[in-house]
Design a protein. Structure first.
Length: 110
């Protein structure tokens, strides 16, 4: 089932959005970042926990990797041997919300 969900994400992510649609998606992702209290463990610029910076994350991780970090943290921690403690929790968010968070994080470019 997880493979089907990931495949669905990849196909959906490849569907182009209008500029206005992409802006709405990114704004929703920024809103979710705040609502989910991501800044308790992560930072963007000077705001949030400096131990988990997300600045320039788009240069380090693909959209698929960002998506997987949100929904399968345990698997990504094992895959990347990430040393960070405590381990990030898995988020049970609707697919549209995960897509929005990923779209927002992709705007955090150098």
């Amino acid at each position: 089932m997880r493979a089907a969900l990931i495949a669905s994400f990849i196909v959906t992510s490849m569907t182009p959005l209008s500029a206005a649609g992409q802006d709405v998606k990114m704004a929703k992702g920024q809103q979710l970042y705040g609502e989910q209290k991501c800044a308790l463990c992560h930072s963007i610029g000077d705001k949030g926990n400096k131990k988990g910076p997300l600045d320039h994350v788009d240069a380090k991780l693909s959209a698929d990797e960002l998506w997987q970090w949100i929904v399968d943290t345990k698997g990504m921690t094992a895959k990347t041997t990430a040393p960070r403690k405590p381990q990030m929790k898995n988020y049970m968010l609707p697919k549209e919300d995960v897509d929005a968070l990923v779209a927002y994080m992709q705007t955090l470019k150098p």
